[in-house]
Design a protein around this ligand. Structure first.
Ligand code: GDP
Ligand code: MG
Length: 441
């Protein structure tokens, strides 16, 4: 698939605008990719229409072609949709904050209940109680007991002869008296949606008044995820989604289906059957997976980074030859930086250690600074940019007025440029020295 996409992208070189005609094929490929990832058909249709609306008539900047621009729009829309509202568990309630787990049998509710307990204990420093309302399978209550112990949380006993609502009330009562911060309520699932199950969980919800009602859904669930999601959304005011079994080899299109149908944010992802297999949902990574991973993600990233390869190469050649590095090149450096989404976006992509160091720098200020520099160079004439040495007092005043800055700022920029130019000359010198040494010079 991605090969085909890349080919289509290449065919579109030289077209300046996204039009119906030039994106038809691309959109067809995107539609196929989504269907292959098991996104439900109506959701695919909806998504494609949204992308089309955003894309049509969009101007294609720099050396991008409409194909690349479209891939960028698709990826961004996908990330925005599945990533909307991603957040940790809400605990804003009079303790105990009650969390209700809902979903089909086998979706991973019991496992995820324990994973969440561990997360809340370790990351949020909470005192956590779990309880099972699954009175249909005695083994299910035992299962929760076992995994709760692994999580280091406390388990509230229940038995199959009790009513789920009574169990829940008793658990809340206990949690209140013992000063628990959180009560996690595991529930019974059925193999398919049925009215009795929905009624039961609605009653549980009414009795518990939970601060979070989490819909646990198996990422491997295909087209059918949409029906499950619809049924649960109609029965309950869902506040979040947990997507389980992302360690499987499904493309995880259920994420998009379920996010769109329920309107609830995807909060966490299950990544193994083990107790620590829970991660904050990573929308960007998941979008890559849905769209077909590997090549296309790299391609999209390249598009989003917006690196103008031709300009970059020209610049590199100039730097190498050490000749004619002028203010135009300086400007194009600044503009490339801006195309890449500015400093802070760039920073987001950096490893954590670098981010930590950069935390000491005021990003907003740095970006304002970059914009001002751009403004100053844009107020110069072509001749001034090529030969900055002709910029004397009168010209400086004119440039400053044009850019809306003080003359000192123009001076500062010219100094900085000069330093850069000298650095480049030195770099060239250094490279020469190495070469000479190698030849015994
Ligand atoms: P429930 O019926 O909804 O309570 O589902 P369970 O919690 O009992 O999980 C059903 C099965 O899925 C169990 O075998 C779990 O070990 C497994 N499971 C749950 N979450 C994950 C996950 O994120 N990854 C993997 N690989 N298996 C999971
Ligand atoms: Mg269970």
């Amino acid at each position: 698939l991605s090969d085909k996409l890349s080919r289509l992208v290449k065919q579109m070189r030289g077209q300046a605008r996204i039009t119906e005609a030039n994106v038809q094929d691309m959109l067809r490929e995107v539609r196929m990719a989504l269907l292959e990832a098991d996104v439900a058909l109506p959701v695919v249709r909806d998504f494609i229409n949204r992308v089309k609306d955003k894309a049509l008539g969009a101007e294609v900047v720099g050396s991008l072609n409409p194909g690349q621009a479209l891939v960028g729009i698709v990826n961004r829309e996908l990330v925005a949709t599945i990533g909307e509202g991603v957040s940790d568990i809400n605990l804003q309630a009079q303790p105990p904050a009650v969390i209700l787990m809902a979903g089909l049998q086998g979706a991973g509710k019991t496992t995820t209940t324990a994973k969440l307990a561990k997360h809340l204990i370790e990351k949020r420093k909470k005192k956590v109680l779990t309880v099972s309302g699954d009175v249909y399978r005695p083994a299910a209550i035992e299962q929760l007991k076992t995994v709760t112990a692994q999580a280091g949380a406390e388990w509230f006993p229940s038995t199959p002869d009790q009513k789920p609502v009574d169990i829940a009330r008793a658990a809340i009562d206990y949690a209140r008296k013992q000063y628990f911060d959180v009560l996690l309520v595991d529930t019974a699932g059925r193999l398919a949606i049925d009215e009795a199950m929905m009624k039961e969980i609605r009653e549980l919800h009414a009795a518990l008044n939970p601060v979070e009602t989490l819909f646990v859904v198996d990422a491997m669930q295909g087209q059918d995820a949409i029906n499950t999601a619809k049924a649960f959304k109609e029965a309950l005011p869902l506040t979040g989604i947990i997507l389980t079994k992302l360690d499987g080899d499904s493309r995880g299109g259920a994420a998009l289906s379920v996010r769109q149908i329920t309107g609830a944010p995807i909060k966490f992802a299950g990544t193994s059957e083990k107790i620590d297999g829970l991660e904050v949902f990573d929308a960007e990574r998941h979008a890559g997976r849905i769209l077909g991973m590997g090549d296309i993600v790299a391609l999209v990233e390249q598009v989003q980074a917006g690196v103008d390869m031709e300009a970059a190469q020209k610049l590199a050649a100039k730097v190498k030859s050490g000749e004619g590095f002028d203010l135009n090149d300086f400007l194009s450096q600044i503009q490339q930086m801006k195309q890449m989404g500015g400093l802070s976006t760039l920073m987001d992509k950096m490893p954590a250690q670098i981010q930590a160091k950069a935390g000491q720098v005021d990003m907003d200020r740095a970006e304002r600074d970059v914009r001002r520099k751009e403004g100053i160079i844009c107020s110069m004439t072509a001749a001034e940019r090529r030969k900055p040495e002709i910029i004397k007092a009168t010209r400086k005043r004119r440039i400053a007025a044009g850019a809306g800055v003080q003359v000192q700022e123009v001076n500062r920029l010219l100094n900085e440029f000069e330093q850069m130019q000298q650095m480049m000359k030195k770099m060239k010198g250094g490279a020469m020295m190495k070469l000479m040494k190698r030849f015994g010079g």
